[in-house]
Design a protein around this ligand. Structure first.
Ligand SMILES: *Cc1c(COP(=O)(O)O)cnc(C)c1O
Length: 389
């Protein structure tokens, strides 16, 4: 995967540390998603939760239909920076947040019928005030566990996400235009097919009254082994059976394999094994490495012991567990060497923190077609300070 992207990239031409997005790789993903739109007739939205690098939104918006948001701030970012459709879902709205959601959204999805009933009067008043109507939907819980990791499984027992069929009131669907579910994480079309079967089995009676169905995210569409034909076929079946518009809201698939995190070796110490301290932090800059957890790939590095020299790679914070992992290299690494962590565009920039005052990596783009490097954003002391008081 590292060979396909970042062709001709020279780490010396961007500041360290930096997230760098390969615009050509992003265009490739968008081309795949455009094709899915064209073949299936579905609308495709970028899930901002995964990737909110708004300097790319003109490009993203030239292929996709808009964004999905889960907070008023995400909704606003989508509306102001992309200017296309905004579909919002939040586990719970307050009167105050609803007003902001309403201002920026085209679709609003509720997590419970009780909450919608409670907020309906405010929704009507606010819609009149803003002279705006939104399409209202309900999030369903398919109770069809598919995600491998419980942290990412909305169908897990006692899940708070979506309405389980046992709580669903089919007599109370006035003003509901659509159903939404989001049940997958980094999955292929087979998991979507099983999820759809569960949704249809449990909620099928009520789908015919709907205008749209939103199939959520977690579809790993831009991965080489993803079965696009099966996805297109399923969407076709849903559309023709129920005469509904279909929405997909992938996050990760939009930015998959488009970004790197460039780091530099700051020191090398020894404690039973060589340990390299880098100018990044796992906990601050790639928290999923510790949360998911998973092992990121590094250009030209192997598993521990696979190549001649093995190092533990650690970060700049004082957290004892701020360790990316153990990696081996053909040559000894030395202070000042660049290391390139792959697939770092999604669920990174959106999740960073300035914990311990560790400075945020810069954000850059690289376009292999023109050879252009752009420093989009550099962070400083003020970014740390402004989050505290
Ligand atoms: C997280 C999320 C997505 C995007 O998921 P990916 O795994 O990044 O594709 C879409 N919709 C909802 C409601 C989400 O919570």
């Amino acid at each position: 995967m590292e060979n396909r992207n970042f062709i001709g990239f020279d780490p010396a031409l961007v500041p360290s540390p930096s997230y760098v997005v390969d615009l050509s790789a992003l265009r490739q993903n968008l081309a795949i998603l455009s094709k899915v739109k064209e073949r299936s007739g579905a609308s495709v939205l970028l899930a901002l939760k995964a990737f909110s690098m708004f300097s790319t939104f003109t490009l993203v918006g030239s292929s996709l239909d808009g964004v999905c948001a889960s907070s008023p701030d995400e909704a606003r970012l989508g509306r102001e920076e992309m200017g296309k459709e905004v579909h919002s879902y939040c586990p719970a709205y307050t009167e105050e947040s609803l007003k902001d959601f309403l201002r920026y959204s085209d679709h609003i999805v509720f997590n419970s019928q009780e909450q919608l009933a409670r907020l309906r009067p405010s929704l009507n008043t606010l819609s009149a005030e803003l002279n705006k109507s939104v399409s209202i939907g309900l999030r369903l819980n398919p109770e069809q566990p598919e995600a491998d990791v419980p942290l990412y499984d909305p169908s897990s027992p006692f899940s708070r996400l979506g309405i389980p069929v046992s709580e669903f009131d089919g007599n109370n669907l006035d003003g509901i235009d659509g159903f939404h579910f989001h049940n997958l994480c980094e999955q292929n079309s087979d998991a979507l097919v099983r999820t759809w079967e569960a949704v249809e089995r449990k909620f099928g009676t009520w789908i015919p009254g709907m205008k749209w169905i939103n199939l959520g995210g977690g579809h790993h569409i831009t991965r080489p082994d993803y079965n696009i034909d099966e996805l297109v076929q399923l969407i076709g079946t849903i559309k023709s059976t129920y005469n509904v518009d279909v929405y997909l809201e992938p996050g990760e698939a939009v930015a998959l394999n488009t970004g790197i995190l460039l780091a530099t070796v700051v020191d090398i110490i020894h404690n039973g094994m060589p340990i390299a301290i880098l100018d990044i932090s796992a906990t601050c800059h790639m928290p999923d490495v510790l949360e998911m957890p998973y092992r990121p790939m590094i250009w030209d590095a192997g598993k521990p012991g696979e190549k001649k020299y093995t190092y533990r790679l650690g970060g700049l914070s004082c957290l004892a567990g701020d360790v990316v992992g153990d990696y081996s290299f053909d040559n000894q690494i030395t202070i000042g060497d660049h290391l390139v962590f792959t697939d770092m565009a999604h669920y990174t920039m959106v999740k960073t923190s300035t914990f311990n005052g560790v400075r945020l990596p810069s954000i850059c783009t690289y376009d292999p077609v023109t050879g252009e490097y752009t420093l989009v954003k550099k962070f400083g002391y003020e970014d740390f300070r402004s989050r505290l008081s």
